[in-house]
Design a protein around this ligand. Sequence first.
Ligand code: WTA
Length: 650
Amino acid sequence: MGKEIYYPNKDFSKQARIKNMCEYNDLMEEAKSDYEGFWDKLAKEKIDWFSPYTKVLDESNAPFYKWFIDGKLNVSYQCIDRHLDTKKNKAAIIFEGDRGDKETVTYLELYRNVNRFANLLKNEFGIKKGDRVVIYMPMILEAAYAMLACARIGAIHSVVFGGFSAEALRDRIEDANAKLVITADGAFRKGKAYMLKPVVDDALSKGCDSVEKVLVVQRNFEDITWVEGRDVCYNELVKNQSNECEPEVMDSEDPLFLLYTSGSTGKPKGVQHSQAGYILWARLTMEWVFDIKDNDTFWCTADVGWITGHTYIVYGPLASGATTVMFEGVPTYPDAGRAWKMVEEYKINQFYTAPTAIRVLHKTGEDEPKKYDLSSLKVLGTVGEPIDPPAWKWYYEVVGGSKCAIVDTWWQTETGGHMISPLPGATPIKPACATFPLPGIMAEVINKDGTPVEVGEKGYLCITKPWPSMIRTIWGDDERFKKSYFGDCVKDGKPVYFSGDGAVVDEDGYITITGRMDDVINVSGHRLGTAEIEAAVKKHSNIAEVAVVARPDEIKGESIFIYVVLKEGDGSFGINAELAKEINSIISTEIGNIAKADTIAVVPGLPKTRSGKIMRRILRAIAKGEEIKQDTSTLEDPSVVEAIQKAVNG
Ligand code: WTA
């Protein structure tokens, strides 16, 4: 672990909300001594309640924890209406298109646009509180309007990332039983039009009986097929709607949205989030981790299809009354200076991105940041995967000019917002280290039985007390929720939330994330389940057996390495580019291009225990080119290891 420590910028600390470690420790102490009191105070201060809650936390049906019982609120009201008195003409969202087109939307305009969208959902489609709406959209303003419009009328949105295939979209529509799909003809990427609507058509061509209508936003105006009676064009229809729409009165615990994510089995999980707890934490983390101030411009480069886009493009910044930037394109087009040009142009104060993007920008444009005035930057953030020290250093020195704190934020779809992160004005930072839990978050690295791990030893990263923005359940599958998150670790005899990640704690108490301990892999910050990919590969008619593992990758963090055993082969083994093409084409149909493999190896067999369990550790080691250190004597056929090595290494 690096001993190097980077102290917060003194001028920044002076004006920060949390100014030093004493203040942090005080907050933590407060939370520890009176947990409910701590959250009660924050919930009263940070949420405009329509009517107050009667109890802070209900643990009676653990792990189905409930927060702010009987409280009434509306999340779109928190994000928009609440600001109109003081900020109606402030920029809420600054949009920049791939080709450089720009649009700024003030809070008052956002209010009108969201209300019109909400009225459209109600009046044209009969969408009511509790109905599910799937949003399959590019990074355009209407994606944010759609989410907020659902929140306004109490519909539950489920945003599906635009990179997912028709099959993946269909699975998600069916699991949620969605009534409406909101999409766009397509959008622009790297100067060219790309399409989304045909994917929706394909998804709806089989099953999906719950879907009544498809609302299509025209963005690139390319030709698309319109299905009579089902497809409705947004652009004209929305103009006729009223600018006013009463926010639905929602209970704290009503579901706000579902977001599907990968787990260790083949079927993605519909992570269900609540209203009050989620929006409270979205706002608080904006204030604590990004130290967002009224005049700041905040840019998170994620896609709204992921949790990072939900919490830190839409809900968090707007709940804090900030100005948030939404960008349709990619940071390397037209050149590797695009992101820095935008930072200069909009005087971005907080910039939040994934390590993969940092590695790409570093590799393709090491000196690009120097060409722009990046002096507006105050806080830099990373999320989604471990960052390596060289990328961290470049980000710190060249992008941040050695004056900005880097907040390496660890969290998950399930946690709703940041859990472990430096505080930019307080925490002495060790590079590539998530440091300490945020105030009120009881994150601990423990053994399965709840005992603490030794310094430097890997343990299970758990959250040992419920927190307001936590996942409430897996949509339609309470049992799976319990088993997935509360089935592995206990503390003081009680099941606690296990994140799926491993971590180590150093002698100073700093937490470093070591990565997933389950069969989830992380390619370019995209979370993928090996079981999901394996299920896709099995659709190839000549595959008898398959095992998917991750291999470290310089740019993507991890890449996908697939071992296959053929039903009928010609007896030759090894890396097979021809088969890779076939298999990747299936993967891109079943899941999407983000899950394509870099390497396919045809092997004579897989290393299995006598009970038939595949020993993935061996396969990972071979993919990495490592020596096999573990005991292979428990394998049914130990000789298979050598045969696989021979096949892979030639
Ligand atoms: C990983 C993304 C190291 C981790 C917000 C986690 C990280 C998974 C970090 C969640 C970080 C996230 N350092 N690893 N700072 N942040 N991860 O649900 O393995 O898409 O479990 O949420 O990303 O991915 P998800």
